[in-house]
Design a protein around this ligand. Structure first.
Ligand SMILES: [Fe+2]
Length: 728
């Protein structure tokens, strides 16, 4: 059923708005009860059966363990109060020095130097009192020389000595509304120093390699080394708690389904599975307005303002007509179970500014018996059932591309490359206070995604294999650059998604400008850190899309490759013609912010480069990620409506079949896993800009955002739901 929005705004819009309100996720704590099932942490989450703790005995043991951990923490706090670390340095002639050099651990133990690391030289007396002997930091070459009085270190009362290397663990802002960032340091590594070895002059600790925010040499994109035993960062307790609290009911539902599928699959249907999860937007509308979500109006509205936030390319010949493209399997590694054809959709703008589809072109295999990957079929509203089926195929390819390309590559992987470079290099420069709150935890959630999404669910629920997904996400990262990026342009007054994006970009522009104005001196004084940051970004950047040798790109695909580059350039606001650096034969995607090691040597443009890069990084890590993440549940919360992949089935019609055909729909296991994933990802958000749960968001950004609250509300964006970081 097609319902014209422009002729009946009232009852239909009313139902849509009511359903949006009814299914809107509210992030509230449900409180705690002793025997509530629980999990140990984010790492316990699995697409199969997560490690859930539900037996009363285990819960009690876990409770005892938690109490023990708390007691240990309290004991440490008590010891710290009992034996305070006074900051005063000893008096006396500083006749000795502790010297050495700190580098990132490399393949052969010699990575690049680590600059501006804060170091403290401490002694502990026989009665456990702390005595600070010296402090300082590494220089640009990673070298340090901490002067100290030999007598203070060799004092008879001194029992042990150690060099402590500190790391920045978090940024915070004080409650008084002051917008100056403060840094919290924690001990990263303590190196014992033998008292008897100190004999005067210099004591050389030589080169110290640190496993500190290392790049993962086995990853195909710039990633941090994260393993469960040693991670460069950890989740905050609040983040862990919020996730675990929300996921338990979903986890129990999924486990129940998996058990039922194992024991009596005939007793379960896709509809049963859906009914066990919370109601989502499309199912809510369907209940009250049957057929509407399969109609042309809803299709156009969601392609424009839904999770997909489609990129509308004007049709050269027809004003008011636009094309959206989703690229299917292309030349990536695929399985033979799922279809993923290319999709091109022609839209016309209606009088109300929303798009309505006129034509859908599907190119590629639609059934097992198809063998020509370049065969195109054209569908229009006159095709009846085939038109409905073509729209479903378009939704599915669109959902796949949005999740894999825009969500995972465009926000998660993109943000992580900035996170690694920032944590490795920004310590004294105020830009650390600007960026780090928005970059934390992304390395951790990406590590979980590698295991459960890229290596787990997606290869079993879509056409691409794990290798195919890795190739594809690396290619898409080759289109993400800060230089020249700007938000999507609205093509009509109803293009609220693009308008809200511009509004947030505007807020960030004002925020970054003001931050740079207030911290101008510090940013200029510690410009060397910006150069190192820029160096790491460019050196580790992936190559520009399709510029690396692609053995798999056969001549027939070259035209497709050109079409992809052309379309993606608009979608990701990427200019492939900008001058970029070539390193070891690779044309690097991320533009260089600066080559100068001092501000005085930098051309004026570099100041603008840094501002644009900061604005872009915060934009991707906050707003762009939030948009897709929270709308997953709206647009991927009904299995037959949309999913990551339709199966070919065994009939010649393949995926061009009704929604009721269980042979092409996701199977029961994939159905419950999909709903579990979309609910889990959308419902467990934590770390919102305005809530500022961890006092790590700059009050200035909160104020600027709140000032525009009504404008966002008019565009259906709740500023309270915008995350401050990509951590789910
Ligand atoms: Fe996400």
């Amino acid at each position: 059923m097609t319902v014209q929005t422009d002729t009946q705004p009232d009852p239909t819009r009313k139902i849509i708005e009511e359903c949006k309100r009814e299914t809107q996720i509210r992030y509230k704590s449900k409180g705690n009860t002793f025997f509530r099932a629980r999990m140990r942490g984010v790492n316990s989450i699995q697409v199969g059966k997560s490690k859930i703790i539900d037996s009363p005995l285990t819960i009690t043991l876990e409770w005892i363990f938690q109490k023990y951990r708390r007691l240990r923490k309290a004991q440490r706090r008590f010891a710290a109060e009992l034996f305070p670390r006074h900051p005063e340095l000893p008096v006396g002639h500083r006749d000795s020095r502790l010297v050495g050099r700190i580098v990132f651990a490399g393949d052969r133990g010699q990575g690049p130097p680590i600059h501006n690391l804060h170091l403290e030289f401490w002694g502990r007396t026989h009665w456990f009192a702390w005595r600070k002997i010296s402090e300082g930091r590494t220089d640009a070459k990673g070298c340090f020389a901490l002067p100290f009085p030999l007598r203070a270190a060799r004092n008879l009362s001194m029992r042990s000595l150690s060099l402590e290397i500190q790391k920045t663990t978090r940024v915070y802002f004080k409650d008084d509304g002051d917008d100056a960032p403060h840094f919290h340091f924690d001990l990263f590594k303590a190196i014992p120093v033998a008292k008897s070895d100190l004999i005067g002059l210099d004591y050389n600790l030589r080169t110290i390699p640190l496993d500190y925010w290392l790049y993962d040499p086995s990853a195909v994109t710039p990633r941090a080394v994260v393993d469960n035993s040693e991670s460069p960062e950890t989740y905050s307790q609040g983040r862990e708690d919020a996730l675990i609290e929300q996921i338990i009911p979903l986890e129990i539902t999924k486990i129940k389904h998996l058990k039922q599928i194992e024991l009596a699959p005939d007793t379960l249907t896709i509809e049963d599975i859906e009914n066990d999860y919370p109601l989502n937007l499309t199912r809510c509308i369907e209940k009250r307005l049957s057929g509407y979500t399969r109609g042309d109006d809803w299709f156009g509205e969601r392609m424009m303002n839904g999770m997909n936030r489609g990129s509308f390319v004007p049709d050269a010949a027809r004003p008011g007509h636009y094309w959206i493209r989703y690229f299917g399997v292309c030349w990536y590694d695929i399985n033979d179970l799922y279809a993923l054809p290319d999709v091109a959709i022609l839209f016309k703008l209606k009088d109300d500014g929303l798009p309505i589809p006129l034509e859908i072109r599907l190119t590629g295999k639609l059934s097992r018996s198809d063998h020509d990957p370049f065969h195109t079929r054209v569908f229009s509203p006159a095709d009846g059932d085939a038109w409905l089926q073509a729209k479903r195929v378009a939704r599915v390819t669109g959902a796949f591309c949005t999740e894999v390309e825009e969500h995972f590559a465009g926000t998660h992987l993109n943000t992580e490359q900035y996170a690694v470079a920032a944590y490795r290099n920004l310590r004294l420069n105020p830009v650390a206070g600007l960026l780090l709150p928005h970059l934390k935890e992304v390395s951790l959630i990406n590590h979980t995604a590698d295991k459960e999404l890229i290596g787990g669910y997606i290869p079993t629920a879509t056409a691409l294999t794990r290798a195919g997904l890795q190739q594809r996400t690396r290619d898409i990262l080759g289109l993400q650059d800060w230089r020249g990026w700007r938000p999507m342009e609205a093509i009509s007054p109803a293009h609220t998604c693009a308008k809200a994006e511009s509004l947030f970009w505007d807020v960030l522009g004002k925020y970054v400008d003001e931050f740079f104005r207030r911290h101008e001196d510090g940013i200029k004084r510690h410009w060397g850190e910006i150069q190192r940051f820029a160096d790491d970004l460019v050196t580790h950047s992936v190559p520009v899309f399709l510029t690396a040798p692609q053995d798999a790109v056969r001549p027939r695909y070259r035209e497709l490759a050109a079409e992809r580059l052309n379309y993606y350039s608009q979608q990701y606001e990427f200019d492939p013609h900008l001058p970029r650096e070539t390193i070891h034969g690779e044309l690097k995607t991320v533009s260089r912010i600066t080559t100068a090691s001092t501000y005085g040597a930098a051309p004026p443009l570099d100041w603008q480069n840094l501002k644009q890069a900061c604005r872009y990084i915060i934009m991707q890590a906050t707003y762009m990620h939030t948009w897709i993440n929270e709308h997953q549940y709206d647009d991927l919360g009904e299995v037959r409506y949309s999913c990551g992949g339709l199966r070919f089935g065994d009939r010649p019609s393949g995926i061009m079949a009704p929604e009721s055909d269980n042979d092409i729909a996701p199977d029961l296991t994939r159905s419950t896993q999909m709903l579990w994933f979309t609910n889990f990802l959308s419902r467990t958000e934590y770390g919102f800009i305005t809530r500022n749960e961890e006092r790590d968001v700059n009050p200035l950004l909160i104020r600027l955002l709140k000032e525009r609250c009504e404008e966002f509300k008019a565009l259906e964006v709740d500023i309270e739901a915008i995350e401050s970081r990509t951590n789910i």
